[in-house]
Design a protein around this ligand. Structure first.
Ligand SMILES: Nc1nc2c(ncn2[C@@H]2O[C@H](COP(=O)(O)OP(=O)(O)OP(=O)(O)O)[C@@H](O)[C@H]2O)c(=O)[nH]1
Length: 384
């Protein structure tokens, strides 16, 4: 459910203040649509620039889609209006398609797909093809009640497919595109008036901002390889409160890397990270750096903590590691693929002392870890 929380909450909440502003405040202040157009255009341009900075080219693509819809609806001549159903279809479907495409940089499928759709739209408009008028009759003509038309059906099918992907492999940007798709569903019910279009478009652009900020947050605080919070996140957390802390280090990892290759080493780090993250019971895992991890523990009785750490240590040691897939590294092929390889880790626990700094506690956890290594590895040592 947490994976759906991010797309659904902004989709519900972001349009609300915009509608309120439009209905109550903007009118009384005499702020017209021109102001909103200028403001949203600035926000869209800034989002595109930020997207470029983070190599999120799909952000540029959705902003183009929104812009083309808005231009077709409110700034082109009557001939273009016939294209509106198609523009609505492209805009809502565009969010769905982009949600399913991987981000592949400047020449990736995202911008290429959108550019293709825009070229079709432009060609139809320039040549005044009859299809849009037919589409208009087939798709819209709502008359105020909910009309089941192809745009709505396609959008809903896409929403279901994207939701399934989001549940399977959640990413902030996919969540943003899913929420954008939901926000733009009213476009399927016909041409909104200018104020409604500004609200829907504005909500979609604000949503893109939420997505970019979430992406920036991930870059800052989440370790790319393991998906665990990184050392910066750990330091922030430790500034708020001291907890019992454990340094965890994979044993003989250099030897493993040398023998099976760096890719296999990465797989081991992910495996160990998954085990630590799944420990539960108030244990919070961080990747400290390299092959070292940190666990923050709840303040509990030492015997219970020690027993939990020991079963965590065993769960790593007792599940042999199997190499997956074809490694780019020659050393890995043909070695260890069939049989399991035993991976172990050593743990050094430091219990908090009154008045002690975090740095001192970490130093003691490191010393305990060093002792665990000295005593033969694959064990838990405690510094009281
Ligand atoms: N594959 C992979 N290797 C890494 C990564 N970060 C650090 N390493 C490797 O981790 C190894 C760390 O080895 P050492 O600190 O010497 O210690 P060790 O071999 O684990 O031995 P002990 O700690 O004494 O049990 C080095 O070979 C690094 O190159 C990473 O992200 N991926």
């Amino acid at each position: 459910m947490r994976r759906l929380f991010f797309p659904l909450l902004p989709a519900l909440l972001i349009p609300a203040p915009l509608l309120l502003w439009q209905a109550v405040i903007a009118d009384s202040l005499g702020i017209g649509p021109g102001f909103w157009e200028a403001l949203l255009a600035c926000l869209a341009v800034a989002a595109v620039l930020l997207g470029l900075l983070f190599s999120q080219w799909r952000v540029g693509a959705v902003c183009l889609l929104l812009l083309s819809y808005y231009l077709a609806a409110f700034h082109l001549d009557a001939r273009a209006e016939a294209l509106l159903p198609l523009a609505a279809l492209m805009t809502t479907a565009g969010f769905g398609v982009l949600a399913l495409l991987p981000e592949r940089g400047p020449l990736g499928p995202g911008p290429a797909t959108v550019a293709g759709l825009l070229i079709i739209l432009l060609a139809m408009w320039l040549r005044d093809l009859p299809a849009p008028a037919l589409l208009d009759q087939a798709l819209f003509n709502t008359g105020g009640t909910l009309v089941w038309n192809p745009v709505l059906l396609l959008s809903l099918v896409m929403a279901v497919v994207v939701t399934a992907f989001q549940l399977w492999r959640p990413t902030p940007m996919r969540a943003v595109f899913l929420a954008g798709l939901l926000i733009l569903l009213p476009l399927s019910q016909g041409t909104p008036d200018r104020a409604q279009a500004l609200t829907l478009g504005g909500a979609a652009i604000l949503l893109i901002w939420v997505g970019l900020l979430a992406h920036a947050w991930r870059l800052a605080f989440i370790d790319e390889l393991t998906g665990l919070p990184n050392r910066r996140a750990l330091e922030l957390r430790l500034r708020q409160r001291h907890s019992p802390l454990v340094m965890v280090d994979v044993d003989h990892f250099k030897r493993f890397n040398d023998r099976y290759g760096h890719d296999a080493g990465d797989q081991v780090l992910r495996r160990v990270a998954d085990r630590l993250a799944a420990a539960g019971g108030g244990f919070r895992a961080y990747r400290y750096g390299g092959e070292e991890f940190t666990l923050l523990l709840p303040r509990r009785d030492i015997k219970r903590l020690q027993a939990r750490l020991d079963s965590l240590r065993k769960s790593i040691a007792e599940h042999p590691f199997h190499l997956r897939g074809q490694s780019r590294d020659k050393r890995q092929r043909g070695q260890g693929g069939g049989r399991g390889i035993k991976i172990t880790a050593s743990f050094g626990l430091a219990l908090p002392r009154p008045g002690e700094t975090v740095q001192d506690a970490m130093k003691r956890a490191d010393q305990a870890l060093y002792r665990a290594k000295k005593k033969g590895r694959n064990r838990v040592e405690i510094d009281h």
